[in-house]
Write a protein that binds this ligand. Structure first.
Ligand code: IVH
Length: 674
């Protein structure tokens, strides 16, 4: 292919992939199937492999994440990553200014740059000849952890600096910034985690930190992380005279700079800025915990130097935390879909940062013990990262002796079954299979939008149906009739009809929604989709093994174990059977067009090294293809192993593709070292 054409096509593919990444990761609203996406990516990877002269530095192929690491290695920062001294009041800002003036012994006004102080994770990015080579956490300031592969997955971090003639990329440069997660993205991620039976993150900062410190960068790649850059560490050639100029250079090189950064002619303007930002703080899409004031002139910065690992030329001015005091009136237990018991504090309602709060999750028994919380305690509450209410600490001085110790109940408050706590787990779980709380949650999940999508089957109706013992499992929904529905409170003829129609309509769900609806632990919408790519029918999925699941990229031992356990459980199989009897039939289960080998016919000849023939057959079938013993005009592929037979000769005289075992492994998405 002509290099011009190749360049044009790679550009097209990159634009398309970037567009679909945005639809998937940021808007949560993909326009194309995973298979179509993978095809675009595969085509691009192939072109980049074949034409190494095409620059890949800025290609989306560099951002997909890599195989998991054993552990992070240590990296030295080229210049130390300092921390900041704090000011908590106007007076302390004024004192900061006076210190500087005394130290520099100057009379003229000092200019400052004022910046929001992001509440995220500090990172150091090293670029050599304009290319991102190392990315690290702050660590102890001198040595951090190498998280390069993770940082490369963040769309806002340039893999290659944009260089212009008047703003060339230096030979080597360290760029500092704060990785964060937007509040909305954080809430969406938490909603998803809760749906998938995983513990939610306490606040956006923890979510960002947890995502960045993943040993498996493919997980990081799916987390909505962002960055603002705010400074330069070591640089081989300094051309700017002020911090503000440096920020402008960063922006021209393609780094994201916070749009609220300001310039101040004197310290009074800095104080005004502090109040202004405090005012708009709640409207920002990300969390900040203060502002940073920095002396603008680099020459003055150098003269000021550092004291005990904080620069004299900068200070963090923290906002007063949005905290209030209230009383814990009771601690109740909530039972989730997977049986986890979560203690929740019921508090005297109190306004925190403009919002009234009256409950806060206490997470688990360990957390309660750690914080020393008792029922009746006066406590300080805050909205963690200003979003989720959180009990910060107990004010012990307010105790009067009537406070009561809280213990996890030995029996589930919803069904009376035993509560167990597995070794190594913080969570206590109810082991009652028929626990109505779990049943309610499971049925709600089953009927919800991402699952069977039964309109009108909301929380209240599910609760009534379960309490009246009309339904005990998700399959019972399909045995409802008008007579049963009309026994419910406030259920009129018309809404009963509507609900029955919606139930009827839900009988042919897309296969992936059906799998998601089953509520298998750790199987969210994404994993469900992956499973339908590999397994075209429910029967094959039910029979799968952990080993087979582990061959799917993105599925690890925990998820694989959870899936096989689910399908081994007799009561789950009974529900699935009951659904089938009721006429629920997932669509797209047979020969889905998106099944990678749909309609393709395979013939094997010779001995395979990684599989037996019957294993190979099962793989082909699970991907929608067929295996036949003889070569006909319908054969698409002949897979030739060691010492192939006559079938191969037959193929060679026709147009059928002959592939080796290695290509077969690639075609079926199996890793070779199975
Ligand atoms: S400047 C020597 N600017 O605050 C200057 N830091 O306590 C060091 N941070 O580790 C940092 N926003 O994680 C700077 N606009 C900003 C910042 C910022 C957030 C964090 C950063 C740093 C910590 C310092």
């Amino acid at each position: 292919m002509d290099i011009k054409l190749v360049t044009k096509r790679t550009e097209e593919l990159r634009t398309l992939i970037n567009y679909h990444n945005r639809r998937y990761y940021q808007l949560d609203d993909p326009e194309i199937s995973d298979v179509e996406y993978d095809n675009l990516m595969r085509e691009l990877l192939e072109l980049e492999r074949q034409f190494p002269e095409i620059d890949v530095a800025n290609s989306p192929t560099q951002r997909v994440g890599a195989a998991p690491l054993e552990k992070f290695s240590a990296v030295d920062h080229l210049t130390p990553m300092l921390s900041l001294g704090n000011a908590f009041s106007e007076q302390e800002i004024v004192e900061f200014h006076e210190r500087i003036k005394r130290f520099l012994n100057v009379n003229e006004e000092i200019r400052f740059v004022t910046e929001p102080k992001l509440d995220g994770i500090a990172v150091n990015l090293i670029y050599e000849k304009g290319l991102l080579t190392v990315g690290a956490t702050r660590g102890d300031g001198a040595v951090g952890e190498d998280i390069t592969v993770n940082l490369k997955t963040i769309p806002a971090i340039p893999l290659k600096m944009l260089a212009a003639e008047d703003n060339p990329a230096p030979e080597k440069i360290e760029i500092r910034g704060e990785v964060y997660m937007e509040i909305e993205a954080f809430k969406k991620l938490n909603r998803r985690r809760i749906r998938e039976g995983e513990p939610p993150f306490a606040n956006p900062r923890n979510a960002a930190a947890g995502s960045l410190r993943q040993l498996d960068s493919r997980i990081t790649a799916r987390r909505p992380l962002d960055i603002f850059c705010y400074g330069i560490g070591m640089v081989t050639r300094k051309t700017f005279k002020s911090h503000h100029e440096a920020l402008q250079a960063l922006s021209l090189w393609g780094f994201k700079i916070n749009p609220h950064i300001g310039q101040a002619g004197d310290i009074h303007e800095c104080i005004r800025y502090y109040h202004q930002i405090n005012e708009i703080r709640q409207e920002l899409p990300y969390e900040i915990d203060g502002i940073v004031i920095k002396v603008d002139t680099l020459e003055l910065q150098e003269r000021l130097g550092t004291v005990s690992r904080s620069p004299r030329w900068a200070i963090a001015c923290k906002f007063a935390a949005t905290q209030e005091t209230t009383v814990i009136e009771d601690i109740i237990i909530q039972v989730g879909r997977t049986g986890v018991l979560t203690p929740v504090a019921l508090m005297k309602p109190v306004r925190v940062g403009g919002v009234t709060i009256s409950r806060a999750t206490l997470h688990n028994q360990d957390e309660i013990r750690k914080k020393g919380i008792m029922i009746g305690d006066t406590v300080i509450v805050q909205r963690a990262g200003d979003v989720i209410p959180e009990v910060v600490k107990v004010i012990e001085a307010k105790r009067n002796g009537t406070e009561k110790i809280f213990n996890m109940p030995p029996l589930c408050p919803e069904c009376g079954s035993e509560v167990v706590r597995l070794a190594g787990e913080a969570a206590s779980r109810c082991i009652g299979l028929a626990c109505p709380a779990q049943v309610k949650e499971r049925i709600k999940h089953f009927a919800a939008r991402g699952g069977m999508d039964i309109e009108g089957l909301g929380d209240k109706i599910v609760a009534q149906l379960v309490e009246a013992k009309i339904i005990k499992d998700p399959a019972d929904i399909y045995f409802l009739n008008k007579g049963k529905l009309l026994t419910l409170e406030r259920m009129a003829d018309k809404s009963a009809n509507n609900l029955l129609n919606a139930i009827e309509r839900s009988k042919a769900p897309p296969f992936e929604k059906f799998i998601f609806a089953l509520g298998i632990r750790h199987v969210g919408e994404h994993i469900a989709r992956l499973l339908t790519r590999q397994f075209t029918t429910l029967e094959v999925l039910i029979r799968t093994t952990e080993e087979e699941l582990l061959t799917i990229k993105e599925i690890g031992p925990e998820v694989a174990g959870s899936i096989t356990k689910f399908f081994r459980h007799p009561s789950n199989l009974k529900v699935i059977e009951k659904l089938r009897e009721a006429g629920v039939k997932p669509v797209g289960t047979v020969q889905r067009p998106s099944a990678p080998l749909a309609g393709k016919s395979f013939v094997f000849t010779g001995t395979l090294s990684a599989f037996t023939r019957s294993e190979a057959k099962e793989i082909v079938e699970s991907l929608g293809g067929r295996v036949s013993g003889t070569v006909t005009k319908d054969t698409d592929y002949i897979v030739a192993g060691e010492s192939p037979g006559a079938k191969l000769q037959k193929a060679q005289s026709s147009v059928i593709a002959v592939i080796g075992e290695e290509e077969f492994l690639k075609l079926t998405g199996r890793r070779q070292n199975k």
